[in-house]
Write a protein that binds this ligand. Structure first.
Ligand code: 89Y
Length: 338
């Protein structure tokens, strides 16, 4: 099978994991890297053996023959970069969140559609090994029909050390972690019919909200409470794990710290540890997230080759909608019905 050629747009923190994530898959090769600061592109190119670097996305696209671009720049540049690639008929893979607002996310989608190119969103949290196991267990029916769930991401991990720009975002935790948590909610339980959200700003050094609680009523008669915080100094730090509790008609499923999944039914409790694959390039502090990049990108690659993928932009737009409806709810202190 012919190798698909791609360029990485953005050589910051995430490129250190997305590039080797692609290289774990056969049939894909990174031929160029763009960053507005050339020396940063050169550093990543040296690290991963990428032959060409650019500080102009237009020059890169004019000079390289590509099958797709992988955009992992700051969120404000997702739309302009997607436009450049789509106008040249090149498929687009873009990091979450798709754009800095719902309207601009719709534009990303429309630009790709009108130019006849594919769009996939690199939304990797739903690909975490323990989350996949929870989904498999739910689908097996072991706990019966789920009626209630809690999805938590509450942490005091110094995330701003690696990603300082997060402190500057007007809209922080719902776009950053909410994109993941609300997407997991959709992955496990389907679509929402209403939501209510509250937000808080606890850390004075962070411009946007750093705490959010979203209560969702799902169409399948299930209530899901999602909580996210970067102001939670707890006895046991869980970063970067998402913790899950699901209650069903025949029992419950709990994903807790250290990837422990406990399934409780009338027969008792069965425990299992589902660890991520520890590739040698991952940062151990982000293990479960970095590892999930490989599975997420494998699924995207399948989509790029014309096969099935969960990661289509159209599907991800429903997650983006949940993020922005959560802001709408918090700002108006009201229940939002869809
Ligand atoms: O940017 C975020 C992400 O996508 O995963 C964790 C993170 O790095 C910090 O919240």
């Amino acid at each position: 099978m012919r190798k698909l050629k791609f360029a990485i747009f953005g050589t910051g923190f995430w490129s250190n994991y997305q590039i080797p994530g692609w290289l774990e898959l056969s049939g894909v090769e990174c031929v160029a890297a763009y960053n507005r600061t050339l020396s940063k592109a050169e550093k990543i190119a040296d690290k991963f053996g990428i032959p060409t670097v650019y500080d102009s996305p237009e020059s890169l696209l004019d000079n390289e023959t590509l099958d797709f671009v992988d955009i992992c720049t700051d969120v404000d540049t997702h739309l302009p970069l997607a436009k450049l690639a789509a106008a040249r008929g090149i498929d687009v893979v873009c990091q979450k969140p798709m754009a800095p607002s719902l309207e601009l996310a719709v534009e990303v989608l429309e630009i790709c559609k009108s130019n006849g190119v594919k769009l996939f969103i690199n939304e990797n949290f739903r690909w975490q090994a323990p989350i996949r196991s929870v989904k498999k267990a739910l689908d097996s029916g072991v706990i019966g029909k789920p009626f209630k769930a809690r999805i938590s991401f509450c942490s005091a991990f110094p995330v701003f050390d690696n990603q300082p720009f997060l402190t500057e975002l007007e809209h922080f935790i719902l776009t950053d972690i909410g994109s993941h948590v609300l997407d997991i909610c959709r992955f496990l339980f389907g679509e929402a019919e209403s939501l209510y959200c509250t937000t808080q700003s606890i850390n004075p050094n962070v411009k946007g909200e750093d705490v959010a609680n979203v209560m969702l009523k799902m169409t399948d008669d299930l209530t899901c409470y999602t909580e996210m915080s970067y102001a939670s100094l707890l006895e046991k730090e869980s970063f970067p794990q998402v913790l899950v509790l699901v209650e069903g008609s025949k029992g419950s499923l709990q994903l807790s710290h250290d990837f422990l999944i406990k399934t409780t039914t009338k027969m008792g409790t069965v425990s299992e540890v589902v660890k991520p694959n520890l590739y040698d390039w991952i940062d151990p502090e982000y293990a479960v997230v970095h590892s999930s990049i490989v599975d997420c990108q494998r699924n995207i690659l399948n989509g790029l080759r014309g096969g099935q993928s969960e990661m289509a932009g159209e599907d991800n737009l429903k997650t983006v909608e949940l993020v922005w409806k959560s802001y709408q709810s918090a700002e108006s202190d009201s229940l939002i019905k869809f």
